[in-house]
Design a protein around this ligand. Structure first.
Ligand code: CTP
Length: 407
């Protein structure tokens, strides 16, 4: 499947650089046109001549060594590439890409590229687990970069731990899969809500919740990876939105309701990951509330409109997905919510379990349809959980469309 694809193989300076020769050779044998870019440090571990011989193309290290006057090489290759595979990736090249630094051929080309980027890190375990590296990897994942986790084993530094470059065969297989995965949601419009709503009491005070928006953003990214045109309606969030989605910022449950309704008819799939306030202050004061002489202040709250229930009642062709944060009897409450709000799926998470729920980077979700439990996923990153969820929802949306056509 890699036959005829143009792949830039980026090699950075770690001991695993020697394994890049096997990766290069495998890519070439599968029919890919491979252009190797090395950092200067990588060239200390393996010679450019080895990679030139295997790839049958010149190896690039210096941005200013322009061999063809008709083109600017880093732009030309960035434009022509179907994918960039960075293997092995050191903490340094990952940091450079995360922060937009471009001081050599490889980093400059990566900034100029719009094609998919797949990164296989390899480094000492403490470097891999350093908060700065963890943060940079998260940042890049949010931008759609695909990571191939390093393996656990004997590291060159003497540790037996995580940090070994994944096996060259697995790296090439992941790249192949990534480039050739069917885009289930091509041409579909997906509407996602994310974050928590803000219900104002006065100009400086409000009621809100702990939602970070991470799950909603992960869902949006997963939908985008499947080729969908994605709109995210976001309340208060503390995480960055994925790139390439249309982002509509709202404040209250009422704002979110209006934003959802305005786009509902033209959406194919609606996924309500937002933590929407069930109640709001009955009176919103125009001026800052002053203290009174009393020791107590009683706030009167009133119900907000349930957005999920509203669209559940109106739905025609749309696949509607809701979320349920529960602490007990998950199955019972999730299915009750699904029926009450007329959803096609409810995604339940037990927020009392470590690793699930608000604010973290992981989640443990169970997916329910009208037929009952579809899948209970173990603890995994929110992005991986979102990808699994999107696969199921996309299949359902496509089958529903087929049924509609057959009728
Ligand atoms: N939701 C919504 N509008 C609201 C409240 C909730 O659209 N005003 C949606 C959420 O986005 C989520 C789902 O409803 O997809 C579940 O929210 P939850 O508050 O757990 O549902 P409730 O039915 O209110 O459940 P509970 O009785 O547990 O509060």
């Amino acid at each position: 499947m890699l036959n005829g694809k143009t792949i830039i193989l980026g090699i950075s300076g770690g001991i695993a650089a020697y394994k890049a020769a096997t990766i290069c050779s495998r890519l070439v044998s599968l029919g890919a046109e491979v252009h190797v870019m090395m950092t200067e440090s990588a060239a200390k571990f393996i010679t450019p001549l080895t990679l030139q011989t295997l790839s049958k193309n010149p190896v690039h290290i210096d941005t200013f060594e322009e061999r063809n006057p008709e083109v600017v090489t880093h732009i030309d290759l960035a434009d022509r590439a179907d994918a960039i595979l960075l293997a092995p990736a050191t903490a340094n090249v990952i940091a450079k890409l995360a922060h937009g630094l471009a001081d050599d051929m490889l980093s400059t080309t990566m900034l100029a590229a719009t094609c998919p980027i797949v990164i296989a890190p390899a480094m000492n375990v403490h470097m891999y687990e350093h908060p700065a590296v963890v943060h940079n990897i998260e940042l890049l994942m949010q931008r759609g970069v695909q990571f191939i986790e390093p393996g656990t084993g004997q590291l060159a530094c003497g540790y037996v731990a995580k940090g070994r470059l994944a096996e060259p065969e697995d790296i090439v297989a992941t790249l192949d899969q990534w480039l050739n995965q069917p885009k289930l949601l091509a041409g579909k419009k997906v509407l996602v809500t994310a974050g928590g709503t803000i219900e104002r009491l006065d100009p400086v005070r409000y009621l809100t919740n702990d939602s970070s928006g991470k799950m909603g953003f992960a869902v949006a990214q997963a939908a985008q990876e499947q080729g969908a045109e994605v709109t995210v309606i976001a309340g208060r969030t503390s995480a960055p939105a994925p790139q390439g989605v249309e982002l509509v910022q709202v404040e209250s449950a009422e704002d979110m309701l209006q934003a959802v309704l305005a786009r509902f008819e033209t959406s194919d799939i609606v996924i309500k990951s937002a933590a929407v306030a069930d109640y709001r202050p009955k009176v919103i004061h125009n001026q800052k509330l002053k203290k009174t002489g009393s020791d107590e202040l009683v706030l009167q709250l009133e119900r907000t409109t349930d957005i999920l229930e509203t669209i559940g009642k109106r739905k025609s062709h749309q696949t509607v997905v809701g979320f349920a944060a529960e602490t007990e009897q998950i199955d019972v409450y999730a299915l009750d919510k699904l029926n009450r709000k007329n959803c096609d799926f409810i995604i339940a998470n037990d927020v009392s379990t470590e690793g699930a729920g608000f604010n973290g980077d992981t989640n443990i979700i169970s997916i329910y349809s009208k037929q009952g439990l579809v899948e209970r996923l173990p603890l995994m990153s929110k992005l991986d959980a979102a990808r699994r969820l999107l696969n199921i929802v996309a299949q359902h949306a496509l089958e529903a469309k087929d049924d509609e056509r057959d009728r």
